[in-house]
Design a protein around this ligand. Structure first.
Ligand SMILES: CC(C)(COP(=O)(O)OP(=O)(O)OC[C@H]1O[C@@H](n2cnc3c(N)ncnc32)[C@H](O)[C@@H]1OP(=O)(O)O)[C@@H](O)C(=O)NCCC(=O)NCCS
Length: 147
């Protein structure tokens, strides 16, 4: 059974594992609490048979704009529509909150994610040099939400 629900602090170990395995990063647990407290319905997890296997985290970024900070699906759970389902729920929650635009940054080398976001209706809007700690640049992407 698939369950989509807001993140809860007890999900921190599972989300940290997804971030480590899908994004190669380790952030302090306090980061997840901060994001959770900024906008509860913007931080969502997807549970399959009781196990958290994917999540998306977005925060307000201006009156009508939200910014997707992270999206990750465990490698063995990809191409099953989980990313799509998380983003769909995020679009609904964003519209309900009065946001009309979602923005994000993605590594220039991350062709899979760039393709995924394009098929989600995001368009390239710019680039930022040296955005990541290893010096890699980012593409900026944006999607207008239809209410
Ligand atoms: C990008 C990412 C989140 C996508 O998650 P996902 O759950 O695999 O996404 P979906 O399954 O919804 O869609 C991916 C593809 O699988 C396809 N798909 C979905 N269900 C499918 C199924 N049952 N059978 C075959 N293909 C399927 C989708 O059509 C989609 O194809 P497309 O990319 O050609 O449009 C995932 O690859 C990931 O975690 N990557 C590493 C982390 C990352 O890069 N995050 C984004 C930057 S922050």
């Amino acid at each position: 059974m698939i369950l989509l629900r807001p993140f809860s602090p007890t999900d921190i170990p599972s989300v940290m594992e997804i971030v480590r395995r899908s994004l190669g990063e380790t952030y302090p647990p306090s980061l997840y609490l901060t994001v959770h407290n900024l906008w509860r319905e913007g931080f969502l997890v997807l549970q399959a048979e009781g196990v958290v296997v994917a999540f998306v985290a977005a925060v307000p970024s201006g009156e009508r704009v939200a910014r997707v900070l992270m999206l990750g699906v465990l490698p063995e759970r990809r191409r099953m529509g989980y990313g799509h389902r998380l983003m769909g729920e995020l679009y609904s929650n964003s519209i309900a909150k009065g946001f009309d635009t979602l923005i994000l940054e993605v590594r220039k080398s991350n062709k899979e994610a760039i393709g995924f976001y394009e098929r989600q209706g995001f368009a390239l809007t710019g680039e930022i040099d040296n955005f990541y700690s290893n010096g890699e640049g980012a593409y900026k992407m944006s999607k207008t939400l239809q209410s």
